[in-house]
Design a protein around this ligand. Sequence first.
Ligand code: ZN
Length: 266
Amino acid sequence: MEAGSGRAAGTAAARAAAPQGAARLAELLRSAERAVVLTGAGVSVPSGIPDFRSPGTGLWANVDPMKVATIDAFRRDPDRFWRFYGERFATLHDRRPNPAHAAIAELERRGLVRAVITQNVDRLHRAAGTRRLVEVHGSIEWSVCLRCGGRVGLDRVLELLGGGDGAPECASCCEPLKPDVVLFGELLPSRAMDEAWSLAGEADLMLCVGSSLEVFPVAGLPGLTRDAGGRLAIVTQGATAYDDDAEVKLSGDVAEELERVMAELA
Ligand code: ZN
C-alpha cells in the first residue's frame, strides 16, 4: 500500500471517531485562537430581511438591483434612486437581530471569536452586541455628502425622506446624500477590505455563516484562510464552493444551527 493512501485511510478512521456537526464546530471554536466569522445575507433572513439574490422575494422582486442600486443610477437621478432606496432603508430600520446574530456576539464576548466580517448593511450584528465588526459593504447607519464629506445618521435621513419625495440633502451644501453602502459599480471600502484580508490571513478558523460565498472579493477570504493553513467551517443553506474544504458544514436554519453550537459550548 502506498504511504499516501494509508494516511488517507487513517484520516477517515479518525474522522469517524471525532464528533460531528454542531459538536465538531463547538470543538473547533474552543481550540481556535484567532477565529473569525464571515457573514452574508443568510444570517439576516430569520430577521425578516430577504436575500435579494433569491429570485422573487421581497423588495427586489420586481426590480433588478443591478440597474437600480448602482452608483451611475444615483449620479444620474438621485431623487429616483432615493424613491427606491428609501423604502429599503425604512424596511431595514425596523428589523431586530435574531438568535444567529446573538450567538455570534456571544462567541466574541467569550473570547472564542476575534472579529466579524459582514457583507450585510443592516446594522444587526452591532445591535446584537458585536464589537469588532468589519462591514465590507458599508452600512445604512450613515449617509454621506460626496462634496463635503459630511455624514448624516439614519434617523435624520428617514426624517428627511418622510418630509419630501426626493433625495435627502446635505444641510451645508444641498448636495444629495448617498447611502454609505457599496452600490453596484463602486469599489469596496479599502480600509474595511484591508482589515478583512488581514483577519482572514491570520485566522486559524474561519466560520462562514449565511453566505453562498459567491461574490468576490469577499468570496476570496475563506480561500486566504485555507491557503494560510487555517480551517473552514460553514453554516449555510445550499452549496458553496468551499464545502469540500470545510471541516464541518451545517445546512439547516442558521439560527437553529448556531443555537445547537452554543448549547454544545454551554
Ligand atoms: Zn455637503
